[in-house]
Write a protein that binds this ligand. Structure first.
Ligand code: F6P
Length: 368
């Protein structure tokens, strides 16, 4: 058994926010290292912060994590609601938002938990930071999201798997686009960052990539499609990030969801672009919205490895007495950054990104 600086015995773990392939690999690694190397007990809270608030938890033994490495989703369940600092409760027939964090602390104490591992995106990591700052609760964050938009880490797990799914979709759309001489638009996720669209667009040989960081004009998009026609290429494939928007326009919001970490549900830009293309060019255009397929399925080897490294490192760092921090990839090492820093900057595609230049050199248009 390793020597530990912090005298922990019991560690809590939860997965918060939207799921991402690799969550189970983090849980597995954390349990294995905690039990084998340090003799800690791990208590898993169910359904993210919901389980912390309602005190739904179970002990995780090595047996519980057998066979979960290749499985998508999370064995603990998750939700992008249930912020303990802003929790909806019914009062006199009305919904009011309350701070129930003191109850959360009581629940944590009731299990004799000394420290908490919070695996999540910016919403969950902000809650982690508040629990640390307000209650001095030893917490360590683990960044996850298919969007790859957490500034403090070179990459989040889940992104590589989502990218594979999006690239495979583009490959499939190519063959049917070519047969029918159509334009095919693929709308992908990513929220306000264009990483999935940019990387899948290059990997899948898209003709046009639309990302939130580069507002497009429909004239430039159609110019590219017509140029391809003139040179004998009768079909085109476009990948549009859900957060892409026209110059001077707004992102397309599908729904506003009260009480969610991210109240604006994006979606619809693919259809909007397709309609305008048909109006301007009369070329038959079809849309595929890839949606939650990007969040599901078995994690790629890259994501399994990164998630395993994060899970093991989270326990190692806690044992060394490092908390109030988030594990991160600073290639080639796994390090930590203070939670305050971790949630400060959203990582978006910078205009000087080398991949944008390369994409343009491949003849890909960004609609500008
Ligand atoms: O943050 C991950 C993500 O999949 C985004 O890309 C997307 O906008 C959002 O979550 C969808 O959230 P939900 O699962 O609540 O529809």
């Amino acid at each position: 058994m390793s020597r530990t600086k912090a005298q922990f015995k019991r560690i809590g773990i939860l997965t918060g926010g939207g799921d991402a392939p690799g969550l189970n690999a983090v849980i597995r690694a954390a349990v294995k290292v905690a039990v084998r190397d340090y003799g800690f007990t791990i208590i898993g809270f169910e359904d993210g912060f919901g389980g912390l608030i309602e005190n739904r938890a179970r002990r995780l033994s090595e047996k519980d994590v057998v066979g979960i490495l290749p499985r998508g989703g999370t064995i603990l369940g998750t939700t992008n609601r249930d912020n303990p600092f802003h929790y909806p409760v019914q009062e006199n027939g009305q919904v009011v938002f309350k701070d129930v964090s003191a109850q959360v602390m009581k629940n944590i104490e009731s299990h004799g938990i000394d420290a908490l591992i919070i695996i999540g995106g910016d919403g969950s990591l902000t809650i982690a930071k508040e629990l640390w700052e307000r209650y001095n609760l030893p917490v360590i964050g683990v960044p996850k999201t298919i969007d790859n938009d957490i500034g403090a880490t070179d990459q989040t797990f889940g992104f590589d798997t989502a990218l594979n799914t999006a690239t495979e979709a583009l490959d499939k759309l190519h063959t049917t686009a070519e047969s029918h001489h159509r334009v095919m638009v693929l709308e992908v996720m990513g929220r306000y960052a264009g990483w999935i669209a940019l990387h899948a667009g290059v990997a899948g040989g898209a003709d046009v990539i639309l990302i939130p960081e580069i507002p497009f004009t429909i004239e430039k998009v159609t110019e590219k499609l017509m140029e391809r026609r003139r040179t004998g290429k009768k079909f085109s494939v476009i990948v549009a990030a859900e957060g892409a928007k026209p110059a001077g326009g707004q992102v397309v919001v599908k729904k506003v969801v009260e009480g969610s970490f991210e109240p604006l549900r994006l979606g619809g830009i693919g259809n909007q672009v397709a309609e305008e293309i048909e109006q301007h060019t009369r070329i038959e255009t079809r849309v595929t919205v890839l949606g939650h397929l990007q969040r599901g399925g078995s994690p790629t080897p890259f994501d399994r490895i990164l998630a395993t490294r994060f899970g093991a490192a989270a326990v190692n760092f806690l044992a060394e007495g490092r908390y109030g921090e988030m594990v991160c990839l600073r290639t080639p090492e796994i390090r930590t950054v203070p939670l305050a820093e971790a949630v400060e900057v959203m990582r978006r595609v910078s205009l000087g990104n080398e991949l944008i230049r390369t994409a343009k050199q491949m003849g890909i248009s960004f609609g500008t």
